[in-house]
Design a protein. Structure first.
Length: 463
């Protein structure tokens, strides 16, 4: 069996912290809390191989590479586990604290800095509690679908791409559920994977919120029991149908819709493979067939880990010093715009400053002409969880998940173990739009990553 422990710690930042970071937002600070933000940790150890892993689900937008390393080092300094056996994933909520590199928000900055210092300690607490709670469990897997998402790359009449609703675009509506039950069949933990930007709450929202993933977790835990983790799928070009709003009730409703689908799948989930057996035919008004679904043995408890780092060509960006100068000029313009009180000017300069921040960060990432990408692959029983530190497009995720492994299931995610921005498919570079303009990766990188991800999945299956 698989020793399984799960625990949760509240990581909600204080009201007044730098908030969200929308280019179209006028506010800088969070003014209230819709729902707490959490760190949920899942500890797994194979009884047969003694391999162990930790999966951490955070209600944050992004995790910079520096902050990821701080959290990882904090965990390994207190707990004897390899760095590469830890997966740190974010839900990608856009209604949380602004913690990224080069945040242009001055309001609440002092809270953000102290929060980043405290965060690794809080996450360690959830990890320690999950290890202490570990008990023998069995793992199961189930798939369904949910239609709260849509392709978010439409084009206007002139062919210019923007972020909205593309009803004709590729969309991945698959809901993947992994369940961990104790020896009596009682739920311990549930993992839900789904591909959709948590951007129901947009520029007008001033509340700290996990967006729909938080409400999805609440629904699953209420209907099923145990704790629920959310893993963000290949959502680079996937967004909610109802998006960029200020009404938290819309996020609550979408989370409940997804949560009900996930709850249904979780309740249906059976860790055991079974064979139907006719036991008896009982005489009655209509003769009654009596059946037994016989277990074919204990589910696999194997845990295997593969980690591969590859180097991808980067796009060309301005010299880092020049990019930093342009960013500073934008910050000065933004300060003056805020002082003027002109809301339309503030919106315009905020958008400009955000783009200058992106260029600065991309210039830093791509200084060497190469970007190192970490592909992390876990096999847990007959389920494979694979993750990369980017925002992959749905096309990439669909292709990877379609790999035929004779019954072994694949769960693929982005938004894990740091952040390098978008990983658009090659066609998007010609189309243009937000995502290919905010990536460090050269055209064709997604196709290389897809091929190597599939290779890693096949390698871990054969090991």
């Amino acid at each position: 069996m698989i020793l399984t422990g799960v625990a949760r710690v509240d990581i909600t930042p204080p009201i007044g912290i730098s908030h969200a970071g929308w280019g179209a937002a006028l506010h800088e600070k969070a003014e209230g809390i819709d729902m707490p933000l959490y760190s949920t940790s899942l500890y797994l150890k194979s009884e047969s191989t003694e391999e162990e892993i930790i999966i951490i689900d955070l209600d944050l937008c992004i995790l910079t590479n520096d902050l990821d390393n701080q959290i990882r080092n904090k965990i390994t300094s207190f707990f004897p586990i390899k760095n590469e056996n830890i997966r740190i994933s974010v839900s990608h909520t856009h209604a949380g604290p602004a913690l990224g590199d080069g945040v242009w928000l001055e309001g609440g900055k002092e809270y953000a800095e102290s929060y980043k210092i405290l965060l690794p300690e809080l996450i360690l607490r959830s990890v320690n509690d999950s290890v202490k709670n570990a008990i023998p469990a069995r793992i199961g897997f189930k798939k369904g679908d949910c239609d709260i998402n849509i392709n978010r790359r439409p084009a206007d009449d002139k062919g210019n791409f923007f972020t909205g609703r593309n009803w004709e675009g590729v969309v991945d509506r698959e809901v993947t559920v992994i369940g961990f039950d104790d020896i009596d069949g009682k739920p311990i933990a549930t993992i839900v994977d789904y591909a959709c930007h948590p951007t129901i709450l947009g520029p007008e929202n001033k509340l700290i919120s996990p967006d729909y993933p938080g409400h999805m977790r609440f629904s699953v835990e209420k209907n099923v029991g145990g704790l629920c983790l959310f893993l963000q799928g290949a959502a680079g070009n996937q967004g909610p149908v109802h998006t960029f709003l200020g009404d938290v009730e819309i996020a609550r409703k979408a989370g409940k819709i997804l949560g009900l689908e996930a709850s249904k799948l979780r309740i249906q989930l059976d860790p055991f493979k079974r064979e139907e057996k006719l036991i008896d035919i009982v005489p009655s008004g209509a003769d009654l067939g009596m059946y037994e679904d016989v277990s074919l043995g204990e589910p696999s408890d194997v845990i295997n880990i593969r980690n591969k780092k590859i180097h991808l060509d980067s796009l060309e960006f301005p010299d880092l010093i020049k990019a930093e100068e342009l960013y500073k000029k934008s910050l000065d313009k933004l300060y003056n715009a805020r002082e003027s009180g002109d809301e339309s000017l503030v919106k315009s300069i905020v958008s400009e400053t955000k783009r200058a921040s992106f260029i600065k960060n991309l210039s830093k990432i791509s200084q060497s002409g190469k970007v190192e990408l970490w592909i992390q692959t876990f096999r847990i029983g007959d389920v494979i969880l694979q993750s990369i530190p980017v925002e992959p497009f749905a096309e990439t995720g669909i292709q990877i998940k379609s790999t035929n492994l004779n019954g072994i299931q694949i769960l693929f995610s982005g938004y894990s173990n740091g952040s390098f921005g978008y990983l658009p498919i090659i066609d998007a570079y010609e189309e243009g739009g937000y995502e290919p303009n905010n990536t460090p990766f050269a055209a064709g990188s997604a196709e290389i990553v897809e091929r190597i991800c599939v290779e890693e999945i096949k390698n871990i299956t054969d090991s």
